[in-house]
Design a protein around this ligand. Structure first.
Ligand code: SAM
Length: 318
């Protein structure tokens, strides 16, 4: 049963699960660059793997999910990650994926792949150590690079996500592209989003799709590819056959066919990253109650324009 569609024929086929709102980096777009990451959910314990699996089964039964993406905070800090992935595999949801900063990936890639994780998106905003520090307030970019190699060696599909911010890491576009192309990895550049502390001043840091293409075109001949329905990214191909994408929330918002539902680490769902009043799920929800909560989440979806939110992605999951 999946009667949930809105006037744009949007449904929920991808569930993003934020496992915890804690992170081991302090990226400038999530935090204000402070040493301690602010965590509004810190007073609440993240759901256990058993609780999460129970909630996901309920949602999957109603929605016939096609993709689960585990995120956070930093999902590799979640203690029950391996049993959680094993439980998801048993549900036979076709695609099980994870988004990580890659810091702990070198050690976890092999057990995660064995548990059933098929793909990881690694967030990497800089190759140069000084730029990496500016973006994350942490050193050791090389740890992330080794994590990427370990994930590939474990047989997982790897993509890189890089947020490019004007005046901070725009000089990293080509080094990141070279790194990805050398390994035959698809990289996606993200326009900065008006989330959290950037809600009112993201424009100040925006390095737009047009500016990204200008930099890349100086070195590569590129051709735009057709966009797949529901895709967050626009893709281009170089004449050498390499691919890269741009997630252009500002320049080309993709709300019109967004199929994502979010579940946070304390059992709330959200239908939209921008319009995100938490809707609390309860283990005692019957089918009708859950359907009506999903309808509320569907009603949160914005029409065509991403407007952002004062809540950081740390809390509802990036
Ligand atoms: N810790 C994991 C990681 O670093 O990938 C998962 C959570 S992180 C919030 C997920 C994604 O959100 C990252 O790719 C990050 O770059 C992106 N993100 C967070 N805030 C953002 C913002 N204001 N604009 C653009 N991307 C943002």
């Amino acid at each position: 049963m999946n009667g949930l569609h809105d006037m744009y024929n949007r449904s929920f086929k991808t569930l993003r699960v934020s496992l915890l709102s804690r992170c081991n980096l302090s990226c400038v777009y999530c935090t204000m660059g402070e040493d301690e990451v602010k965590d509004n959910n810190a007073h609440q314990h993240p759901a256990s793997a058993t609780q999460l699996l129970r909630q996901i089964v309920q949602l999957h039964t109603l929605l016939q999910l096609e993709t689960i993406r585990l995120t956070g905070g930093e999902p590799l800090l979640y203690h029950e990650l391996i049993p959680l992935v094993e439980g998801l595999k048993q549900m036979k949801i076709p695609r099980i994926r994870l988004t990580t900063n890659g810091f702990l990936l070198e050690r976890l890639a092999t057990p995660l792949a064995a548990a059933g994780l098929q793909a990881v998106n690694v967030s990497l905003d800089a190759i140069d150590e000084d730029r990496f520090f500016l973006m994350t307030k942490r050193t050791q970019a090389d740890k992330v690079l080794r994590g990427i190699d370990a994930a590939m060696a474990a047989g997982m599909k790897v993509k890189i996500n890089a947020v490019i911010m004007k005046g901070i890491n725009e000089d990293q576009v080509l080094p990141l592209l070279h790194f990805a192309f050398e390994r035959n990895i698809t990289i996606r550049f993200l326009e900065v989003m008006a989330m959290g502390h950037l809600h009112s001043n993201a424009a100040h840091y925006l390095f737009s799709q047009e500016e990204l293409l200008e930099v890349i075109s100086k070195e590569y001949a590129i051709e735009r590819m057709p966009r797949k329905e529901g895709s967050t990214a626009n893709y281009w191909k170089t004449t050498e056959g390499n691919h890269f994408g741009i997630i252009a929330n500002e320049s080309e918002p993709f709300c019109h066919d967004c199929n994502r539902l979010r579940l946070d680490s304390t059992g709330h769902i959200y239908g939209c990253l921008s319009s995100n009043q938490p809707i609390a799920l309860s283990e005692t929800d019957d089918t009708n109650t859950l359907m009506s909560k999903l309808q509320q989440a569907m009603d949160q979806k914005q029409r065509v324009k991403f407007t952002g939110s004062e809540l950081s992605m740390l809390h509802i999951g990036g």
